[in-house]
Design a protein around this ligand. Sequence first.
Ligand code: NAP
Length: 295
Amino acid sequence: MFEQLGLIGCGLIGGSFALALKRARLVKRVVGYSKSPSTTERARQLGVIDVAAPSALLAVSGADLVLVAVPVSASEATFRAIRHGLAPHALVMDVGSTKGDVIAAAERALQHKFSHFVPAHPIAGKEVSGVEHAEATLFHQRKVILTPVKATRRSYHQQAAQLWAQVGAQVVTMPHDAHDAAFAAVSHVPHLLAFAFVNAMAAQPEGQRFLELAGPGFRDFTRIAGGDPAVWRDILLANGEQVLRQSQLFRNTLLQMEAMIAQGDGAALDRAISAARQTRLQWPAPGNTPLGAED
Ligand code: NAP
């Protein structure tokens, strides 16, 4: 059991982690800090944190576990803000949806405490943000990807893996570049397409009327366009190289399918749709749980 969680970023993911730890009786006390005092206070009122700290530094003072759960662009400033307050034995984790940039930020900012840092990405979430939506069961049967680096002390990696498993997650460990390539394909570009598609549709003179007529297919396809702007802006920029690579692959395929339509090539279109259908029907692969709403 941990004595104290120092939580920086009392939002959906950070708040859910705090609630999950409390529910599993894995922590005695949660001290939280968020950018806006009103968010920190709301987290306290909701029982997500026990103590509202006036700074990130004070939130981590005395903590044996620290979770940084802020938008990824705020990671480096947060690591710098906490590094002098970290206890000698504290385990430090993040939850950012991109890993290469956060690891580089942690290495620059945490210096000799970098070996305490275990990068983590829970594949769980919602398209709504904020502490009001935090849930103790958010990580149940969801994957959590850990991307330790050479400098990561093995005991901290093991402690992190055990902790996420204790809150119900399936822990997967992989290199951070493999993580960023995979999540550009299965998460970041799908979000980019959802945002672009909704904008393209709504910008048409008839856009509003089209929206009124839209049904469940549109609802399913565009659900993830409801994601938090600051969080998704950061993710798309932070993983830009991989996102653009996947986006280009998508564009090539889209152009091919558009050509099939323009040429009236029903056989080719049929093959393309059948291939997509087959892939989609075979997912999730055996042993995988359906992921539902996640980033
Ligand atoms: P969220 O609900 O908006 O929470 C973010 C929290 O960070 C807010 O409480 C915000 O405080 C705080 N914050 C922002 N800048 C800060 C700073 N400089 N210092 C301290 N606190 C700061 O967002 P979220 O969905 O929990 O996302 C948090 C992280 O989780 C992101 O890195 C995201 O990539 C990752 N993630 C998200 C999902 C998902 O589906 N949402 C899934 C997996 C991972 P204020 O309210 O005061 O602005």
